[in-house]
Structures are given as structure tokens and as C-alpha cells.
Design a protein. Structure first.
Length: 218
């Protein structure tokens, strides 16, 4: 359903993504054995240690709780009827500090890259690409301050926010059927001869898909 086993996806994963990740891992600290012994990377001249920062996000509810509790005999817990307000958490996690944070000399958190919002009725707006980009800016600033002599590799999973299009992208759902009204400005797109999709190779073509992406490009 999500395309993980699609032929072109498998090919990209095996021939591009995994070899690239292997090269990155050679510049990362490894933890081995039950004691998680720290093994420093063997860096080549000019290389910097890489710290991977894994991004993920989850939505909880204010009244989420366990289904079991210790009670006196013949007593019942007083539970709220609703699940409560939405709580959305977007965070970066790494093997160096856990959460991506900036600590002072005493180990206290000075800046935290984690973003928590309360979306829904009478709450914050739902998480979107604009908010994610704002969080990324903070995360990069925090990482540079916390690890000035190291590099970060930001790793994202698939998300609807991550698949968002730029404001000037041509989207079919936002096009009017008739003249007038609010319309997106169309952008010309040129497909080069180096386009990797076989059916679109050859003479450069000028075309645009309904969502603004050049036809034939992934």
C-alpha cells in the first residue's frame, strides 16, 4: 500500500540509500556488546564525526492512561468520559544526548528542539510543513551550538507534512474550474535529457503535473 516493495523503491533502497547510509555510519560512534562499549569512528583527514538525529512525531490525548489501577475493594476509578485534548509532539532523538538539546555546564537544558502543540477545536493549528521547517531551523541552530565540531545527519520517516509542496506549486484541488477567483500561478518546468525515467528521456520536454512536480521526476 505504501510502496515499500515497489520495484523502483527497492532498487533505490538497495543501490542508493543503504550504501550511502553505510558510508555515513563509518563516521559515527558505535556502541557494542551488552555494556554498550563506545567505539570511536576512524576518521579520515578532513572528516568530522557524524551524529544521526532521528525525527518522529506522535499525537496523544490528554486523558490517555493505563487500563489497570490499584484500588480499594469495591471501589471504582473516576475516569473522564472523553479522551481529552490532542497533544502533538515532534522531536529529534540521537545517541549522544537522547533528545536533541543544548545543555549548560551543569547539565541543565538551555534549549530543546522538541515542539509540543495542542491542535484541534479552540487549540493550535494542526502540524504542517511550515511548522516542521521552523522546528528544523531551531534544531540546526541547537545542534551547531551543542556540537560545533561535529556534523548532523537528520533522518526523517514518511509523513504527510514531509510530502508537502511549496506555496507556488500547481495543485489540482486548488484550481478553479472557471476564470477568475483565487488561482495558483503556473510555473514552467523543463525536463533535462539527464532525466532518469526512461519513458521521458530524449528531447527536453516542458510540462508540469497538477501538483507542480515536473512530469517523470519522483
Amino acid at each position: 500500500m505504501d510502496g515499500h516493495e515497489r520495484e523502483d523503491v527497492v532498487k533505490y533502497r538497495q543501490e542508493s540509500f543503504l550504501p550511502t547510509m553505510k558510508n555515513f555510519e563509518e563516521c559515527m560512534v558505535h556502541y557494542e556488546g551488552p555494556e554498550l562499549k563506545q567505539v570511536e569512528p576512524k576518521l579520515q583527514p578532513g572528516e568530522q564525526e557524524i551524529i544521526p538525529n532521528f525525527h518522529d512525531e506522535s499525537t496523544f490525548h490528554g486523558n490517555d492512561e493505563t487500563r489497570s489501577a490499584w484500588l480499594q475493594k469495591d471501589k471504582q476509578p473516576l475516569r473522564k468520559k472523553g479522551r481529552g485534548h490532542n497533544i502533538h509532539v515532534s522531536a529529534f532523538i540521537n545517541p549522544e544526548t537522547g533528545w536533541l538539546v543544548l545543555l549548560d555546564a551543569d547539565g541543565n537544558v538551555q534549549r530543546d528542539s522538541t515542539k509540543i502543540i495542542y491542535p484541534g477545536t479552540n487549540g493550535n493549528a494542526w502540524w504542517d510543513c511550515k511548522q516542521l521547517l521552523g522546528q528544523m531551523k531551531d534544531a540546526i541552530d541547537i545542534f551547531k551550538a551543542a556540537h560545533p565540531d561535529k556534523q548532523s545527519l537528520f533522518i526523517f520517516d514518511q509523513s504527510s507534512a514531509h510530502a508537502s509542496l511549496p506555496p507556488d506549486a500547481l495543485k489540482a484541488f486548488e484550481m478553479n474550474k472557471s476564470d477568475g477567483g483565487k488561482q495558483r500561478h503556473r510555473c514552467d518546468t523543463v525536463i533535462p535529457q539527464s532525466n532518469p525515467v526512461v519513458e521521458h528521456c530524449g528531447k527536453p520536454q516542458k510540462m508540469t503535473l497538477s501538483d507542480g512536480r515536473p512530469k517523470g521526476l519522483q
